[in-house]
Design a protein around this ligand. Structure first.
Ligand code: AMP
Length: 211
């Protein structure tokens, strides 16, 4: 059978990145993530696209969505090259969902459900080791090595102010995407407010029974 085509939905901080990494390892698919792709190209010149700002950075640091034109092109390119994928961070509005329909079929659509209070706590406490790219949390998962602890940095958009804006943008733009997939009957909801390993057991089972 061909490799599965998986869409993972959920708010910022719901654990999409963590679960996608496990999916990638276990099901041998590509991880297609617009957030990482944009972070790697934050200063790309998009001024020829008739956008409000000239680079993705200006949208991202404000917690706003990067224009569809930029993001659609990234996803289309990545999906063309992938034999099976987990798509994470896209679609973030109904226009992108429509665009995605024209690009590929999906085998599984997952939603990781986490309460608002927990999302804020997870995002504002999240830190990254700039040397390894490993992700920690000040309270849930602090590094054991004090040297690592000292060099941890916060993602530019994980500050309290930007987190609030990202969650507002999520409710306004992305929740309708989840409702859309729910109405088509394709949506599989997973309780994301548990330890990553427990969530993974459900995620794995859901993918296995849908493919
Ligand atoms: P993430 O790592 O998925 O939380 O994405 C970080 C930021 O990248 C978001 O706050 C947006 O500014 C931008 N971004 C990521 N994916 C998309 C998308 N599908 N559409 C528009 N902007 C996006």
């Amino acid at each position: 059978m061909a490799q599965p085509r998986i869409l993972i939905l959920g708010a910022p901080g719901a654990g999409k990145g963590t679960q996608s990494a496990k999916i990638t390892d276990h099901f041998d698919v590509d991880h297609v993530t617009t957030g990482d792709a944009l972070r790697a190209n934050k200063d790309m010149d998009i001024s020829d696209m008739d956008t409000e700002y000239d680079t993705p950075r200006e949208y991202m640091d404000r917690g706003e969505l990067v224009p569809d034109e930029v993001v659609n092109a990234i996803v289309e390119e990545a999906l063309t090259q992938a034999d099976g994928f987990v798509l994470d961070g896209y679609p973030r509005n109904l226009e992108q969902a429509e665009e995605l329909e024209g690009m590929t079929d999906l085998d599984v659509v997952l939603s990781l459900d986490v309460s608002e209070e927990e999302l804020v706590h997870r995002l504002t406490g999240r830190r990254m080791d700039p040397e390894t790219g490993d992700i920690y949390h000040l309270e849930y998962n602090p590094p054991e090595d004090p040297e690592v602890e000292e060099r941890l940095v916060q993602r530019d958009d994980d500050t309290e102010e930007t987190v609030k804006e990202r969650l507002r943008v999520y409710h306004e733009n992305t929740e309708p995407v989840i409702e859309y997939y729910d109405e088509t009957g394709a949506l599989e909801r997973v309780d994301g407010e548990r330890a990553p390993e427990e969530v993974w057991e459900d995620v794995k089972e859901t993918i296995e029974s849908a493919t």
